[in-house]
Design a protein around this ligand. Structure first.
Ligand SMILES: C[S@@+](CC[C@H](N)C(=O)[O-])C[C@H]1O[C@@H](n2cnc3c(N)ncnc32)[C@H](O)[C@@H]1O
Length: 371
């Protein structure tokens, strides 16, 4: 099925299905991304725990898993556009606060190409309209699931209404802040209208599940916003996860394009109410290789090792990895052996994956702990 939103993570579902089927316990995916593994587990009648530290990923996973009432969503999305059109002339000060593509120490994002700020990626007219749309969603009085689906539709309208949009290129851009020579941003209202139409089709098609937001609550899915290295893992859970690989996809940097918008809306307040704590956007705790931030392969492997050691007490452990360099793969193998003990390794070819970067191979390595 077409995903509910654009997210860069690979979805190696074919590699995990058998392991999901085989288990009777709760499945935990602490690098959950857009929620593909947990959705699959729920679809197969299991219970799941989703964790990711990226609030944009959490939003996608929430809509994907909990859905929203379709009639309510259809009504609310129509109202949002009408209200935004009325609000548009009131929008003042269109700059997005803190939207610089730089870290605190002045170093530019690894994936910054053409512009310095997120707002520069939008025509002025669209900046105003997008601000109006966001305000209109804030004012909409509806259930929290519908609100989340509206905010995600808004996020889905951002790329098409920016200079990154290329005619005929679909809504899936390159994984960097890059503007093509010939770009054709769509009108923001039109982009939002299309995004809500696609969302409605999606919502009508999916099965939805009950969700809650902490490790000790009770629902089909627990959706946690947090650090995989900050979770107390229960030995009874089954771990199935695909952590960020060494291919340098910058999840937090790329999601920032969406988050600088979403964070000026009511969304962080809604999330705070659901989660019971403030929503952070933490580059520091991300498991990734980013030389700009001084995080090289060595530090990446240290953190991966910490994760493997934290999860070593789980009854079943499955780690999916994608790596083209045999040398780096061997270092991952060493870590798995050191922290998890003996394991079985499978190689799985998945050719339904989109090519998401320079190292977009189809070969996946699955490590299954044996002890
Ligand atoms: C390879 S992607 C997972 C893709 C996923 N299978 C999907 O359905 O989209 C890895 C994810 O790990 C998340 N991540 C990175 N560091 C993390 C950390 N310390 N704790 C939790 N999640 C983290 C990233 O935000 C990203 O979403």
């Amino acid at each position: 099925m077409r995903p509910v939103a654009r997210y860069w993570g690979r979805k190696p579902i074919e590699a995990v299905r058998r392991f999901i089927q085989d288990t009777d316990s709760v499945i935990v995916d602490p690098f959950g991304g857009s929620g593909a593994i947990i959705s699959e587990a729920l679809g197969m009648g299991k219970r799941g725990i989703y964790v990711d530290l990226n609030p944009y990923a959490w939003l996608i996973a929430h809509v994907q898993i909990a859905g929203a009432p379709t009639k309510e969503f259809a009504k609310a999305s129509g109202e949002v556009i009408e209200r935004a059109m009325r609000l548009e002339s009131d929008v003042k000060g269109m700059d997005l606060p803190g939207d610089w593509l730089f870290y605190g120490d002045g170093k530019p994002f690894l994936k910054r190409r053409n512009f310095d700020r997120v707002s520069q990626f939008f025509p002025r007219e669209n900046l105003r309209r997008l601000r109006a749309l966001l305000m209109a969603i804030d004012y909409t009085n509806t259930s929290s699931n519908t609100k989340l689906a509206l905010y995600l539709s808004f996020a889905n309208a951002l790329y098409p209404s920016s200079f990154m949009n290329r005619r005929g290129a679909g809504s899936w851009g390159v994984p960097s802040y890059w503007v093509p020579q010939v770009s054709s941003p769509m009108d923001a209202y039109e982009a939002f209208r299309r995004a809500t139409r696609r969302m409605l089709v999606f919502l009508r098609r999916i099965r939805t599940y009950s969700v809650c937001y902490s490790l000790d609550c009770d629902a089909e899915a627990r959706l946690i916003l947090g650090d995989a290295n900050g979770i107390n893992y229960d030995p009874e859970w089954t771990l199935i996860t695909d952590p960020p690989f060494t291919d340098e996809v910058q999840y937090m940097e790329l999601s920032f394009f969406y988050w600088v918008w979403l964070r000026i809306s009511e969304l962080p307040n809604i999330m705070r109410e659901l989660l019971g704590r403030d929503v952070e956007y933490s580059f520091e705790r991300e498991l990734v290789i980013n030389p700009r931030r001084g995080v090289q392969t060595v530090q990446y492997l240290d953190r991966l090792g910490e994760f493997l050691s934290r999860t070593a007490n789980l009854r079943r452990r499955i780690l999916i990895f994608h790596e083209e360099s045999e040398k780096r793969l061997n270092r991952v193998r060493e870590l798995v052996r050191r922290f998890w003990g003996s394991y079985r390794e499978y190689v799985i070819l998945i050719d339904t994956q989109r090519n998401i970067g320079p190292r977009g191979g189809i070969k996946y390595f699955v490590f299954e702990a044996l002890s």
